[in-house]
Design a protein around this ligand. Structure first.
Ligand code: PGA
Length: 249
């Protein structure tokens, strides 16, 4: 059976002390069984938060990482560095990385391979923008993001991934994809994965929905057959809301 996952992407929010308090509050409030709860704070917070999460059910993710190992890459953070702080997951290809930092599918593929090589689990994000949604071209966009971003992986490596479908027009806008819209794309992703690899690979893949997901809409979204949880932005900065979302299965 595939895992139910709720991951919180804090983006560039909170100062380190605030982040450590938020993580502590989440640890204290979270008691939902059968759900993996993950938080992805900024890099500067990871050392302190890693200590807060010791012996807790809450797991740690980074929001990005370098595609290189070590060396002259000013400003970058390597997968090994993250691993050494007990980070388990890394978000790769968030739409903000794709659009503001021009990360292409081929760069993202290199990052994913590097993450897997050091034992991090990539949460690979895909999703169309508003124009692509309105023109009806969204299936093609997602197909390319899968083909160029992850389908070069072996079946064994691919089976370690988590995928997040995040329509760009729903991120931080308050405009959530309807459960029917989200389910349509999740089913499409699962079918593509089944065709590329094996049926069992697709059945075991957790596909998260992201984009203005909050306690008031999580239940309906998570009730859909192919939606296995959420990647949460804004609502992940409030411990009550975040933990409430994890109860929405
Ligand atoms: P949002 O962000 O929940 O604030 O829309 C989601 C995301 O960007 O992962």
């Amino acid at each position: 059976m595939r895992k139910k996952i709720v991951a919180g992407n804090w983006k560039m929010n909170t100062l380190p002390t605030e982040g450590a308090s938020l993580a502590k509050e989440i640890v204290e409030k979270f008691d939902t069984k059968d759900v993996d709860l993950i938080i992805a704070p900024p890099f500067t917070h990871i050392g302190a938060i890693s200590k807060v999460l010791i012996n807790s059910q809450v797991k740690l993710s980074a929001q990005n990482m370098a595609k290189e190992d070590f060396g002259a890459f000013t400003g970058e953070i390597s997968g090994e560095m993250l691993k050494s702080l007990d980070v388990e997951y890394v978000i790769i290809g968030h739409s903000e990385r794709r659009s503001y930092y021009e990360e292409t599918n081929s760069i993202l593929f290199a990052k994913i391979r590097k993450a897997l090589s050091v034992g991090l689990i990539p949460i690979y994000c895909v999703g169309e923008n508003l124009e692509e949604r309105e023109s009806g071209n969204y299936f093609n966009v997602i197909k390319n993001q899968l083909e160029d971003g992850v389908f070069g992986l072996s079946k064994e490596d691919f089976s370690k991934l988590v995928i997040a479908y995040e329509p760009v027009w729903a991120i931080g806008t308050g405009r959530t994809a309807s459960p029917v819209q989200a389910q349509e794309v999740h089913a499409f992703i699962r079918k593509m994965v089944g065709d590329k690899y094996e049926l069992s690979t697709s059945e075991n893949l957790s596909i998260l929905y992201g984009g203005s997901c909050k306690p008031s809409n999580a239940k309906e979204l998570f009730s859909k057959e192919d939606i296995d949880g959420g990647l949460i932005g804004g609502a992940a900065l409030n411990a009550n809301d975040f933990v409430e979302i994890a109860k929405s299965f």
